[in-house]
Design a binder for this molecule. Sequence first.
Ligand code: 13P
Ligand code: SF4
Length: 313
Amino acid sequence: MPAAPPAAELPQAIRDLKRRRNAVILAHYYQDDTIQDIADFIGDSLELSRKAASTDADVIVFCGVHFMAETAKILNPGKTVLVPDPAAGCSLADDCPAEAFAAFRARYPAHTVVSYINCSAAVKAQSDLICTSSNAVQLVQQLPADQPILFAPDQNLGRWVARQSGRELTLWPGSCIVHETFSEEALLKLKQQHPEAEVIAHPECQQHLLDLADFIGSTSKLLQWVQSSDATTFIVLTEPGILHQMRLKAPGKQFLDVPGSDSCSCNTCPYMRLNTLEKLWRCLETLQPQIELDEETRVRALAPIERMLAMST
Ligand code: 13P
Ligand code: SF4
């Protein structure tokens, strides 16, 4: 295992390696600030998928979680796709095993299967359409009105999509360990201390918290909202990694994150935060760990992703 350069030299070493490998670094908003600052592109799941589909780099380093890197590989079978820490999973993807999902689907043979992108390639391969939190409502609304729909794996997102679209959805009972952790008590206290603040939330939050939100949207939509809103203080109900870009894009405004139930720091995603600058350097140096997929699963998973990209504006 090669020794990493000293911490202060890591950013330059990563830039040099990136050039040598003709690599692109894609990062999700929930990554540490240091990783966001070195990335070529930062985005939400939909934007990152679009970027992965259009890049001409030979190597994609995906600083996010496994299902995101896997999606990049599904779209780019000929490219090397690296993930700094292969243990960076997702509770939603983990709670929806392919075999159990197949049994669930079999109970609803007439349903169209819409799966949130936070799922494994094996679940995508069993789906008719993939969505993200930024296009889920728009995509569901495009399906024929009499078409029954099965939605997996996030039940909180599914309930919100059902309310927004007016469609009845049959839900897989999954949830995100991070977005389920926010404390209503802490939120109400923050609202009392900052009555002028707007509450903004990711749709993976539970309904009783979404009911208290002034605006609900994907990470990118939340970022756009804080830039365009007249408000100057925001209580942010999503992983606090997003606050880095909010502070950069809306300087002078105040952003408050909401703690988990026991005032713990469990509002940070433990999977996303496994990636570090050192692991990023190491994966570029060794070209490991790579995302590998069997070709049959990849081809079956590609169709519903391509359908999503074609259907979303
Ligand atoms: P976005 O699509 O909003 O980036 O959400 C991804 C995610 O994992 C949220 O927990
Ligand atoms: Fe998965 Fe939740 Fe982490 Fe997003 S925040 S990657 S949904 S565990």
